[in-house]
Design a protein around this ligand. Structure first.
Ligand SMILES: [Ca+2]
Ligand SMILES: [Ca+2]
Ligand SMILES: [Ca+2]
Length: 224
């Protein structure tokens, strides 16, 4: 009976799937979302238009931050429903002459902090250097900003570092900013985001799974 009980618990635990709820989404095509504050502004996606994966491509406008190091774009969410973890997705563009971590002047970094803790620190070699974020690259070409430099973009929706992050607080803050001793900002280097999405995941509490297990075991007992 102990073996059977363990099997029932295991099989029912499989049903305790995370239930996702989208708590924020913006494609930046109808103005600045109220939840977004700080530095930056709306601009046309220009040559990035259509780049991306099915159903998740650059369209209309994006949000570009061409500020100096550590000048932040901030998303603040409040009154989140009960949850155990959070997942973040967005399209990320490295615009103009990024110099990687080993070009000149370098390093150039894109950062994402979640509730004040750094989760992403990424770079791109658009003009010099050779270290490039090894993510889901969706664009490499001249998208139409300043100078002859090519621009690069990634779909961050499958980046494991920002999926199912343990989180239970009712508020969430995302800070997007550049940094690094080589950061030149302005028309030299900037970044942009589009299709920003935040999902909270709710996994049923262990108590709920336990109750289900007892019910399942009782059902099995009746069938024997
Ligand atoms: Ca857009
Ligand atoms: Ca540069
Ligand atoms: Ca630089």
């Amino acid at each position: 009976m102990k073996t059977l009980s363990a099997l029932v618990v295991l099989s029912l635990a499989g049903f305790a799937q995370a239930q996702p709820t989208q708590v924020f989404y913006s494609n930046f095509d109808s103005g600045q979302p109220a939840e977004l504050t700080g530095y930056g502004g709306l601009e046309s996606v220009a040559g990035f238009a259509g780049a991306g994966n099915t159903g998740d491509t650059f369209t209309g406008d994006l949000w570009r931050n061409d500020g100096t190091a550590s000048v932040k774009t901030t998303l603040t969410l409040t009154n989140l429903p009960a949850h155990n973890s959070v997942s973040v997705g967005f399209l990320l563009a490295f615009i103009d002459s990024w110099d990687s971590t080993n070009g000149s002047p370098a390093p150039d970094w894109f950062n994402l902090d979640i509730d004040g803790t750094n989760f992403l620190q990424l770079t791109s070699a658009n003009a010099s250097g050779n270290v490039i974020y090894a993510g889901d690259q969706i664009y490499w070409g001249g998208a139409g900003w300043n100078g002859a430099w090519w621009d690069r973009a990634f779909d961050m929706g499958n980046e494991a570092l920002i999926q199912s992050i343990p989180h239970t607080a009712s508020t969430l803050t995302l800070d997007f900013y550049a940094s690094g001793d080589g950061w030149q900002a302005g028309i030299d280097e900037s970044f942009a985001i589009d299709n920003l999405e935040v999902i909270v995941n709710k996994v049923p509490a262990p108590g709920a799974v336990g109750a289900l297990s007892i019910l399942g075991l009782a059902a099995l007992r009746r069938r024997r």
